[in-house]
Design a protein around this ligand. Structure first.
Ligand code: PMP
Length: 282
């Protein structure tokens, strides 16, 4: 099995990088997770664009040429590892320097990537998951896909400790997103999700689902959902690259409520499947 380090494919056992990498000391780096269906990447261009944006927001050099050559390297890695169904993880760190909060602009960035087989979460997608509502304790630039994920991992652990598969975060009275997913709710004829601003990561899956909803002739309210309103909704689901469109059937933590897998959720899943099949067929 190969991994990518900078421009080179090397054996995983031989892969190494600097002790002083800034992603170790400061979480000073960004990442993307790209889904692979039938050996083909899903929405790779959108992921690479978000990757570039994250880099720009953190002042880590990543220009068009690097983006193009990285895209090619990732495709090569995919082929080399003969990955059929799974993910590519790719990380860009500011690189190696003596530990110092102040970064210098001449540091050589480090890019690495690996592939991992992963099946689609069929059971969660058909039966739904339990979620745990808890305070969003993250910073105020959640729009950047940084490897600095402590607020997310702490919330995820808390959810698991309450037998829930995902944490749903709220800042005070307002829902933001999941610990590693975006949140949608449906009430009557209204679909609602958090606007794409600094409080959430603008998910690639979120953006696809918004297109599907539009195709459906429905409109979306882009406003944070009130925590209290979570007791009075008809359907809810999370979206992400790995969980796709996963229905929520139970809320615990701040608010307790039970739900069933609803018709709009199911029809959006069906629409998503069509795009997966297209990808699988090349
Ligand atoms: N929000 C957060 C905090 C996430 O970590 C993720 C996925 N890693 C998402 C939303 C969903 O993004 P995407 O659909 O691009 O995977």
């Amino acid at each position: 099995e190969k991994v990518l380090i900078n421009e080179q494919l090397i054996n995983r056992e031989e892969a190494s990088f600097s002790f002083d990498d800034r992603s170790m000391y400061f979480g000073d780096g960004i990442y993307e997770v790209i889904r692979i269906y039938g050996g083909f990447p899903f929405q790779m261009e959108m992921h690479m664009q978000r990757f570039q944006r994250s880099a720009e927001e953190l002042d880590i050099p990543f220009d068009y040429d690097v983006k193009q050559s990285l895209t090619n390297s990732l495709l090569e890695l995919l082929k080399e590892n003969e990955l059929n169904e799974g993910i590519i993880y790719v990380q860009l760190s500011r690189g190696s320097a003596d530990r110092n909060h102040l970064y210098e602009r001449h540091t050589e960035p480090l890019i690495f990537a690996f592939t991992k087989p992963m099946e689609r979460p069929q059971q969660a997608m058909s039966e739904g998951i339990a979620t745990y509502l808890t305070e969003d304790e993250r910073w105020l630039r959640c729009d950047i896909k940084t490897v600095n994920l402590l607020g997310n991992v702490m919330a995820k652990r808390k959810a698991a400790d309450h037998d829930c598969q995902e944490a749903l975060l709220h800042r005070g009275d307002l829902m933001t997103e999941g610990s590693s997913s975006n949140l949608f709710i449906i009430k009557g004829d209204v679909v609602q999700t958090h606007p794409a601003n600094n409080y959430i990561l603008n998910g690639i899956t979120r953006q696809l689902v918004l297109d599907y909803i539009e195709e459906h002739g429905k409109s979306v309210v882009f406003e944070p959902i009130q925590v209290e309103d979570m007791k009075n909704i008809d359907e809810a689901f999370i979206t992400s690259t790995t969980s796709e469109i996963t229905p929520i059937v139970e809320l615990r933590g701040t608010v307790h409520h039970k739900l069933t897998v609803g018709p709009l959720t199911k029809s959006l899943q069906k629409r998503f499947d069509e795009d997966v099949v297209k990808t699988e067929q090349g």
